[in-house]
Design a protein around this ligand. Sequence first.
Ligand code: PLP
Length: 402
Amino acid sequence: MSSKNRYDNDRPEWIPYARQSIEESDVEAVVQTLRSNYITQGPRTSWFEEALKEATGASHAVVVSSGTAALHLSCLALDVSVNSVGIVPANTFVATANCLKLAGGGVIFADVDPTTGLSQPSHFKAALEESLSDSLPVKALLPVSYSGSCPDFEGIRDIADQSGLSVIHDASHSLGASYRTSDGSICKSGSCAHADAAIFSFHPVKSICAGEGGAILTNDEALARRARRLRSHGVERSQSISEQYGPWAYQQEELGLNYRMTEMQAALGYNQLARLGEFVDRRLEIARRYHEAFSVEPFARVFNLPQLDERSAWHLYPIRFRNPNCREQAYAFLKERNIGSQVHYIPLYHHSYYKDIIGREEMPGAEQFYASCLSIPLYPSLQDSEQERITSTLKSFCEQVD
Ligand SMILES: Cc1ncc(COP(=O)(O)O)c(C=O)c1O
């Protein structure tokens, strides 16, 4: 196949399961940056950080080169590294677990609710209790707001507090989401009201995009300072260093990385963030339309719907097939008709890397969710006519397998 034909998204009739929403002002923001004095970490990175603080209510934001970098730095900055273990939902992208391995630590998987794909407090508690016989201590819980919906963060924080653990919220799917607490107040995803750190990804399929990019949000000043230092080689610049070594001087105080974001990415992320509300509203509107369309036969006999969580960022719309054989058939049926879909996710312990180091586990909730789930197209620029095409194609499928 020639490289020209490799990309489904280039086919005019193709509807992907997810895609970025770029408008002319985004293009202008990036082009203006290329003509400015800074093209790597500079003023636009600071603007983006300030805007993220405002959007989430967290006191500090540290913008980095990817969500994976944000997870890795969060582990390092919280000392969740060598000789420690973190608990990660089995239903997530590999990066949520990989950050622990990259930081030199270990991974334990928590099972998930088979209807939502979320790890809730009971799942973290069970994984923590099972881990007590292991030699290395658990130091962190890494809840994931899978698909854009938040789990019970208060309950997860309570479990962490009872055992002196850190909480790193992988909020890659949930920028723009919020959740209600037991006293009725509303917390924004990324506010860190119940987490030591939260991370976002700005990959093109997420709530906003920066091409690639990520951020760490926290209310802990020392953690933010350390994450900033680790983002740039572990190097510090300060008055006392200048006085000691000269006005040009900097000091490497620990081993860090280059996880800086370019100014072109920061300009795009900053410009997109101004439209976050619009993006999330449109995603919710599409989710509501799917809900309405699928609440009648023949759909209801063939698959179940995600809960219509009005506070979700609606990163994904995962339907769940009653008969697991139907999922694979539906994937092929949609693809033949130029509609993309995807499975989120293969339980992490199925991956050969984790099979080799942990041994295969079977978690009933994660297995059940994995066997049945399929994410269908959902993104702000999905046209109503395209959504109708998706719905009518799924209708034909359901009638055929009924
Ligand atoms: C749940 C989750 N965590 C982490 C990441 C990693 O983010 P990035 O691709 O920006 O490194 C992703 C991205 O797909 C994700 O979905």
